[in-house]
Design a protein around this ligand. Structure first.
Ligand code: TXA
Ligand code: MG
Length: 331
């Protein structure tokens, strides 16, 4: 297991106008800010900045590239990111702002970084009901990704002290807005097919959702309350249509190359297409490019995508995990 980076000097500030303005500057510069929502404290980053999102995964301690929830201030901001069917629109109207997250199809021009949605065509969106969270998103002027502000494997934090204990030294700023009101994470509902599916129970009760929609809703699958999975409805991870060949040390003329680092393998000059995750060999940059490059190479008309080996330290662990999954669709 990876130890998180603890080289930053983490500041904690009481939630006032000065703290919000500072936090907005940190976020605009690609930094990480922990902040309160009504459910739990979140660890926030600019959702549209792939490198900031990559740093956020690294700060959590065991990077995994699970898709993240994108936080916005209102329905019109949400509609720029996601497509709402009738059920989704009713759920949003009834429970936003509040502890409900909707998993929806992405819009075609969705500006959120591919890494934030783990390369999926769907996106999780929520409008939090907390004055500090709302002021921060507004001041940042952009959607914020925010997983719970704990280290991987720990429980979600409901106070600034919890966040500092887990993530001190790994984030730039913690905004202290007191203990959170709801104390459990948001309820996650996917509206992707004919019927909404409950993916994670949380701050909005299932009964309240069923009453609003006048019918029962499926899910969650037992033992799978975390993670993007609902049988037959959701793809659990991104996989290209083109076959992916891992640990490539040569590339054939009918293959596309997913490169990493400065030294390209034999055959690279004759490949159908070449995209480099990070010519300098930087794993944060590589993470931020992973899904966008896979998608682009999938469109290149190659017989296969040859992926160079990526070191397993730091974010490399998650990059290798996602490459392995992308190489064995359904696996
Ligand atoms: O209350 C909350 O939701 C808190 C606060 C900070 O907003 N956030 C939170 O985020 O709990 P996190 O990252 O700990 O949990 C996000 C969950 C994960 O289980 C993830 O798999 C799921 O949302 N998720 C995100 N995008 C998804 C997608 N496109 N499809 C399916 N599940 C998705
Ligand atoms: Mg969490």
């Amino acid at each position: 297991m990876l130890e998180p980076e603890t080289s930053l000097e983490t500041r904690t500030m009481q939630a006032d106008a000065g703290a919000i303005a500072d936090a907005a500057r940190v976020l605009a510069a690609g930094g990480l800010v922990a902040f309160p929502t009504e459910t739990v404290y979140g660890l926030g980053a600019d959702a549209c900045n792939g490198q900031a999102v990559a740093r956020l995964y690294a700060a959590k301690g065991r990077p995994s590239f699970n898709p993240l929830i994108v936080h916005v201030t209102d329905m019109s901001a949400a509609q720029r990111l996601a497509r709402f069917d009738a059920d989704a629109a009713r759920l949003a109207a009834a429970f936003w702002p509040g502890p409900l997250t909707l998993v929806l199809p992405k819009t075609h021009d969705c500006p959120v970084a591919q890494l934030a949605t783990a390369g999926l065509d769907t996106i999780a969106v929520r409008v939090p009901d907390h004055p500090v969270a709302r002021a921060l998103i507004a001041a940042a002027g952009r959607p914020l990704v925010a997983p719970s502000g704990n280290r991987s494997g720990h429980v979600s934090p409901t106070s600034a002290t919890h966040v500092a204990a887990d993530l001190g030294g790994s984030v730039d700023l913690i905004i202290d807005g007191g203990p959170t009101r709801v104390g459990v994470e948001s309820t996650i509902v996917a509206c992707l097919g004919d019927r909404p599916v409950l993916l994670r129970p949380g701050g909005v009760a299932r009964e309240a959702i069923e009453q609003l929609l006048s019918r029962s809703i499926e899910g969650p699958v037992r033992g799978r309350t975390e993670g993007p999975l609902a049988p037959g409805m959701l793809t659990s991870h991104y996989a290209p249509a083109t076959r992916l060949r891992l640990d490539a040390d040569t590339v054939a003329p009918d293959e596309a190359l997913l490169a990493f680092g400065p030294n390209l393998p034999r055959g690279a000059a004759g490949a159908v297409a070449v995209l480099n995750l990070s010519p300098a060999g930087d794993l944060v940059e590589a993470a931020s490019n992973l899904f966008a490059h896979l998608r682009a190479l999938d469109q290149a008309g190659a017989r296969a995508i040859a992926a160079m080996p990526v070191p397993r330290e730091g974010l490399g662990e998650a990059i290798n995990d996602r490459l392995a999954r992308a190489a064995s669709p359904g696996g």
